[in-house]
Design a protein around this ligand. Structure first.
Ligand SMILES: *Cc1c(COP(=O)(O)O)cnc(C)c1O
Length: 390
């Protein structure tokens, strides 16, 4: 138990990324331009998606995609309560309402068999979330969407690299959204992207990410000056060259970093399996290994979270179910038991450190701390009484 401090995440930026950034800083052009376009091109090659539009976040990527698909006030979009709140808020930003369906108990993923019962005449789209790194059954989602004439927008914030049943994120949907937020597998601080198949949809999103203007700053920079116009009111959600510079070379290292996380995830799986009272979500398809969550008992979760922190292990909760958050309870009159499986998982989740720079020594320390915590809890009836005595 020598290690005393384990970070929750360490980024993977290297010298070559810093050089890309310096090249932008030494140029005159900081906002959206050729470097952003270069990133979009390379990311499209990696993901196999023909049109990529880089944005300032995944939240705005989802908002722009939904809006460009014609979703607006009064419409309903079916999604999962076991996700980051941004998924449901992006739906709200269009004026539509999120309609939740419960999740599978073994994986935490949206239960595709429950979608049909949630469809109403106002339903316009399905927004599945690929949780922790594992994909939703997209063939199943596609079948329901096709039968009911619904759009599909995917939240792939956790799943750039994953696949399932021969399908990758985006392949069967209208749009797929990614996040490059500080702790994601591909990270630049703040950033996102939406990828689509339809060139007309790509054009609408590209225009909407920059006020709805008919030309961007890079085009306006050229001579002779051309006047721009606005046909529809857009948003301010473009990715600048500074953030794009940090991403271009990282794409080439995604697969190597995945191999490192896979090895760590396998080690967690093997070593945590023997600790009583701790279970892990079941994997589905090729896991992008974004988050290592463990499920403990609801009564002991907060105590364990605090204990891990006290011992220097940074950890968090991904996620408490969205429908139990105050705004959603009040606005939609949801009760926690409306989606009991997501609620239960939300009460039992702890997310452990998982990133390429995590050493086996640090990981063993995390596992030792968990083992000690679990042993202490099994000796006492009341976990609350344990805080002082451990
Ligand atoms: C991080 C995350 C988002 C939001 O991404 P931003 O880029 O911060 O807007 C959305 N959905 C999920 C599942 C996430 O983990």
């Amino acid at each position: 138990m020598a290690v005393k401090q384990v970070e929750f995440y360490k980024h993977n930026l290297e010298q070559e990324d810093i050089e890309q950034l310096m090249a932008v800083l030494n140029s005159t052009f900081l906002t959206t331009g050729p470097v952003t376009a270069d990133f979009e091109q390379r990311f499209g090659e990696y993901t196999g998606m023909p049109h990529v539009i880089a944005t300032n976040s995944c939240t705005s990527a989802m908002h722009l995609a939904l809006e460009a698909l014609g979703i607006g006030p009064g419409d309903e979009v079916i999604t999962t309560p076991m996700t980051f709140v941004a998924t449901a808020l992006a739906i709200r930003h269009t004026g539509a309402h999120p309609v939740f369906v419960d999740v599978e108990p073994e994986t935490g993923l949206m239960d595709v068999s429950k979608i049909e019962a949630a469809i109403t005449p106002r339903t316009k789209a399905i927004l599945p979330v690929h949780l922790y790194g594992c994909m939703v059954d997209m063939r199943g989602v596609f079948a329901v969407a096709a039968e009911h004439g619904l759009r599909i927008v995917e939240d792939a914030a956790h799943c750039v690299e994953g696949a399932r049943d021969g399908v990758r994120p985006g392949q069967l949907s209208d749009a797929v959204c990614y996040s490059f937020y500080a702790t994601k597998n591909l990270a630049c601080g703040e950033g996102g992207a939406v990828a689509v198949h339809d060139p007309a949809l790509a054009q609408r999103i590209r225009c909407a990410r920059l006020h709805g203007m008919s030309s961007d700053a890079a085009a306006r920079y050229k001579t002779p000056y051309r006047h721009w116009d606005v046909q529809t009111p857009g948003w301010k959600a473009n990715m600048d060259s500074i953030h794009a510079a940090l991403l271009v070379k990282q794409i080439d290292r995604l697969d190597d970093n995945l191999v490192k996380r896979q090895a760590l995830a396998d080690r967690y799986r093997e070593k945590l399996a023997v600790i009583p009272g701790i279970s892990l979500p079941r994997e589905r398809g090729k896991n992008a290994c974004h988050l290592q969550t463990v499920w403990v008992s609801a009564e002991q979760r907060d105590w364990m979270l605090h204990y891990l922190q006290e011992q220097g292990v940074a950890c968090t909760v991904n996620y408490r179910a969205v429908h139990t958050l105050d705004y959603f309870q009040k606005t939609y009159h949801h009760k926690p038991e409306d989606f009991p499986i997501a609620h239960d998982i939300g009460l039992r989740t702890i997310t452990l450190p998982l990133y390429p720079k995590l050493t086996e020594e640090e990981q063993d320390y995390v596992i030792d701390v968990l083992t000690t915590a679990q042993r202490a809890l099994s000796l006492e009836e009341s976990p609350q009484g344990q805080l002082q005595s451990v």
